[in-house]
Ligand binder design. Structure first.
Ligand SMILES: C[S@@+](CC[C@H](N)C(=O)[O-])C[C@H]1O[C@@H](n2cnc3c(N)ncnc32)[C@H](O)[C@@H]1O
Length: 304
């Protein structure tokens, strides 16, 4: 109830004042006018792009973003990354080499924040066509029903739609009560975790659901390791992506959030530390940079 009221106030102010400091100060006064006590005003905060918001507010704001972009999500991915996201996703899936021909059971894969199913379909294609494994199955889990609905529609164009190799689960990655402990062989999350409110909670949940020896694998935007290239990349991401969002999807704000959320995501090393803190072993360097660090793949193994 409280967070709904706050959300309403903050949204109304955002509409009137944009994201200015003035809007935030005014919101603070508005909370006081509503009689919220000091403790309630000092709820824990987190990032929503470059904004600082109450933790309780972030989930709803992220849900609004992805409900707004769901229908244009796949087309926009191609435009924003000039098609490069396909190469990154291909690399990610090949590096995991899902499926094994000698097993009757196949792998149990949980694709968290799976959205419109890009990773899940690639995983099943790889298991089937490369490893001749017809038993590996993927559960696409996402907090957003609109993204899952797009995934469900797309699945009907694949050999896996309406089969027991593919299922859908709506849920928050930070708490997955219907997923049994020690039941998953491979946990994947692609371009999802930077949107989570409590990333450490999601990592702990990944650790819980994976079998001993199971693999956590994350593909996420990261931090570019060349100053010159970084300047070009920042110009593109902050200049072009919100504009493309506005022109193609009629939604500048959501794409502004997407580029800001990339900036707020921990560095490659800091994220590796978070994975280790959740209990995972991180073999080798623990991550692989793609396109000079625009994206990176992090992996962790649950100890046997
Ligand atoms: C950028 S999309 C990525 C979709 C897909 N994995 C891909 O690579 O194309 C991010 C997804 O994260 C989902 N998401 C955000 N917060 C979440 C949470 N707390 N738990 C589960 N999914 C979440 C969003 O609904 C959205 O579908």
């Amino acid at each position: 109830m409280l967070s709904t009221t706050r959300l309403g106030v903050t949204r109304a102010l955002r509409g009137q004042f944009g994201r200015s400091h003035a809007a935030r100060s005014f919101a603070q006064s508005a909370y006081q006018c509503q009689g919220l006590n000091e403790g309630q005003q000092h709820d824990r905060t987190t990032h929503f792009g470059f904004e600082t918001v109450a933790e309780a507010e972030k989930e709803g704001r992220v849900r609004d973003v992805f409900s707004s972009v769901a229908a244009s999500y796949d087309r926009m991915n191609d435009l924003m990354s000039l098609g490069i996201h396909r190469l990154w996703k291909g690399n990610f899936v090949r590096s995991l080499n899902p499926g094994r021909a000698d097993s009757e059971k196949g792998w149990n894969i949980l694709d968290i924040a799976g959205g419109t199913g890009d990773i899940a379909f690639r995983m099943l294609d790889h298991a089937t066509n490369i490893n001749q494994d017809m038993n590996t199955r993927v559960t696409i889990s996402d907090i957003n029903p609109d993204m899952l609905e797009e995934g469900r529609k797309r699945s009907l164009q694949t050999p896996y739609g309406n089969t027991d190799r593919l299922s859908f689960l709506q849920g928050n990655a930070e708490s997955l009560p219907t997923v049994e402990s020690n039941s998953v062989d491979l946990y994947t999350v692609a371009f999802g975790i930077r949107n989570f409110t409590d990333k450490d909670a999601a990592l702990r949940e990944a650790f819980r659901v994976l079998k001993p020896g199971g693999v956590f694998a994350c593909l996420e935007f990261s931090h570019v390791n060349s100053a010159v290239f970084n300047a070009v990349y920042k110009r593109w991401s902050f200049g072009a992506i919100p504009l493309i969002g506005q022109l193609v999807a009629g939604d500048r704000d959501s794409y502004q959030y997407l580029v800001e959320s990339i900036e707020q995501f921990p560095t490659q090393e800091a994220f590796k530390d978070m994975i280790q803190n959740a209990g995972f072993l991180t073999p080798g360097q623990g991550y692989e940079n793609l396109s000079m660090g625009i994206a990176s793949i992090h992996k962790g193994v649950k100890p046997v």
